[in-house]
Design a protein around this ligand. Sequence first.
Ligand code: NDP
Ligand code: A1CAB
Length: 259
Amino acid sequence: MTNIGFIGAGKMASAIIKGLNKDKFSVHISGRNIEETQKTAQALGVNAAPSHADLIQASDIIVLAVKPYVVADILTEHKTEKPIVSIAAGITLADLSAMTTDTQPIVRIMPNINATIQKSTTGIVRNAYVSDDVFNTVKAIFESVGSVHELAEKDFGTFTALAGSSPAYIYMFIDAMSRAGVLHGMPKDVSTKIVAETVLASAEMILKSDENPWTLVDNVSSPGGTTVAGVVSLEKNNFVATVIDAITATIEKNNTMNK
Ligand SMILES: NC(=O)C1=CN([C@@H]2O[C@H](COP(=O)(O)OP(=O)(O)OC[C@H]3O[C@@H](n4cnc5c(N)ncnc54)[C@H](OP(=O)(O)O)[C@@H]3O)[C@@H](O)[C@H]2O)C=CC1
Ligand SMILES: O=C(O)[C@@H]1CCC=N1
């Protein structure tokens, strides 16, 4: 049984812990406040550690699941040679090494909120001090809540935009479509379900088809028909450039988070 300790048990840690196979992993959590930690531990069916030091003592692998600005404080105060896994946005392996030691085994992860339904698309990279055994265990943790993509660290900012943050942008798109349904007389719950089902199936089409997305756009667009009228309107309003700008802004923020 591998002992996994989560420092910080908020939205992401809870989503990951819920998906973990408790026959393979014994899970410990520690937070800012022991009463809150005990309540969260009880709700998740895991162990509450009285302090971060106790959690580190009890764990084989320590997952930092706190907000990025808290990571340095924790790593400065608590030294360990055990492998550290960070899910914090914008904090690089080099940043984490600078907060620990030159030889600290560190894995950097970018999951997404779809871990809540075991469908995270997760990015992973390790430094040179992480053994294959530890790396495979960390991969297994995140495979319990979705797919795992091994990346070069230079691509982590882009991955953060395309997978870590993008659920928010996709929710915005769904809500905008659904609001248009309301404008044209449909109840919001009905239009949201219709749009969400259509987004889900359209994404499945892209994953199952060999065609590129623009060919699929052309397949929907009948000559002189309804779809092309909407496609031209989206383009008049800079839909593609607007989306690309949002992804670039996300990457730029990622690159300056710890500066
Ligand atoms: N949300 C998302 O979609 C994603 C988030 N991430 C990353 O995951 C990390 C966590 O984000 P998320 O789960 O959303 O945030 P949450 O705020 O939900 O969780 C953070 C948790 O850390 C706790 N905490 C704060 N200070 C300390 C401390 N000193 N010691 C221990 N615990 C502490 C907080 O407790 P309290 O509430 O009491 O302050 C809270 O429970 C971030 O670094 C973020 O970049 C990565 C990918 C996606
Ligand atoms: O907004 C953030 O910084 C985190 C990282 C990806 C999703 N949420």
